[in-house]
Design a protein around this ligand. Structure first.
Ligand SMILES: [Zn+2]
Ligand SMILES: [Zn+2]
Length: 414
């Protein structure tokens, strides 16, 4: 990936926001695992580091520790870290008091934990990716659960991102398909972002939206190859995942990479955590959520016109659905609510444009077909979400984030 070219291309953007991306080195090459130490030295990374991994990712990155000749290493090896919780972040913050940098070997939860701990303690971070399973590698935010409530917290971009195509290609097919599911969700994310800009005047950048769109289309075209053990495909998927992360860093919001499908996935995750259950892989859930949302968006777009009204919400019902999580939800909706400035007239007047936006991405049928070919989970039962939980999610997820989506507007249309 030509990082300097991308950074240069996004300088002085017409949108007016400075598109900064602080990652200095991104390398994705076959056999790189044996050169991690050398790459870190070349990048000027400190020698006294914490090495984080779990047993699976350590096995996948066979040879990484041997490559760290000349480094003074503390190790934190989890059995299997599936949830990035604030307790893990605090734990890592404690450990890194004694080191000068962190090398986190894995994906998802492990990286999110490292990203926030390093941001809070101002330590340099290198992510070594073992699977193209999600798109957070280059992002500056970290989705973290705290008291079972999940929110995305501003963290930092890693200084160095490394991956070995051979390892990415050999990673479990389930994880590679999950990466595809995370990416396919961007089509919903782009609809939500554009609709919000149209109705609320929210910040928008054509170029960054274009970067996400291109990366998503690129992955979409690779659907038949996702599950193959093919180094080139794995590298291309990884690059697309990096691009949407860079988009988030450029805009300093997660808008370019996540819409209501991510919120729905977070809802299921939080509800399951309340029952002490760990949910399925992030991208796997996001893919299933994307299909449910696209189906609904197409249904909405079939209406030639609407007669919107003020939002109708039974907050007592919301309270009973969220249970112990409700205080967090309340803060996100009172006293200021995300639909406050959206008048029914605004929706009515802009309806044809909203329909155009929905139709600007591939259809539900096309997305589903690509997901089947990419080996993705399709139904909620594939991700261990019951029919009841699916419906609760569809009905109530929009309230757990102060972010305007087309889905949230359903409460002003039906
Ligand atoms: Zn811009
Ligand atoms: Zn995601």
């Amino acid at each position: 990936m030509d990082l300097d070219r991308i950074k240069k291309e996004y300088q002085n953007c017409k949108c007016g926001r400075a598109h900064e991306f602080t990652t200095k080195v991104i390398k994705c090459e076959s056999g790189l695992v044996k050169r991690v130490g050398k790459e870190l030295k070349e990048a000027g990374f400190p020698r006294k580091i914490l090495f984080m991994a779990d047993k699976n990712t350590l096995r996948a990155a066979n040879g990484i520790l041997e490559s760290l000749d000349g480094f003074e290493i503390e190790e934190k090896i989890y059995d299997d870290l599936r949830v990035a919780d604030m307790r893990n972040v605090l734990d890592i913050e404690n450990i890194i008091q004694n080191v000068d940098g962190v090398l986190a070997c894995g994906t998802g939860s492990l990286h999110d934990t490292a990203r926030l701990a390093c941001a809070r303690q101002n330590k340099p971070l290198c992510l070594f990716a073992t699977s193209p399973s999600m798109d957070g590698f280059a992002s500056n935010g970290a989705p973290i659960t705290d008291g079972n409530f999940k929110s995305t917290i501003l963290a930092k971009c890693p200084e160095v991102i490394l991956a070995d195509n051979e390892i990415l290609a050999k990673s479990p097919a389930e994880l590679k398909s999950a990466g595809f599911g995370d990416m396919i969700g961007k089509y919903v994310g782009l609809i939500d972002w554009e609709v919000s800009t149209l109705l609320s005047g929210e910040y928008w950048c054509d170029k960054v939206a274009g970067l996400t769109r291109q990366a998503t289309d690129d992955i979409f075209a690779l659907c038949d190859k996702v599950t193959l053990e093919d180094e080139r495909t794995a590298g291309e998927i990884f690059e697309a995942l990096l691009k949407t992360g860079i988009g988030m860093s450029f805009t300093k919001t997660s808008r370019p990479a996540s819409g209501t499908e991510h919120i729905l996935s977070h809802f299921w995750e939080c509800k399951k955590l309340l029952e002490g259950k760990i949910s399925d892989f992030h991208g796997k859930k996001v893919g299933v959520a994307t299909l449910l949302i696209m189906k609904e968006y197409e249904k909405l777009a079939e209406m030639e016109s609407v007669s919107a009204h003020l939002e109708k919400v039974d907050w007592e019902e919301v309270k009973s659905v969220y249970g112990p999580l409700y205080p967090e939800v309340e803060k996100l909706n009172f006293p200021v609510n995300i639909v406050d400035g959206i008048t029914p007239e605004k929706i009515n007047e802009n309806w044809s444009e909203i329909r155009r936006i929905v139709k600007s991405v591939p259809s539900y049928a096309e997305i589903k077909d690509a997901m089947v070919r990419a080996g993705c989970a399709i139904e909620t039962r594939d991700i261990d979400v019951s029919d009841e939980l699916r419906e609760l999610g569809l009905g109530f997820h929009p309230y757990m984030r102060a972010r305007l989506s087309l889905y949230r507007l359903r409460g002003m249309i039906y």
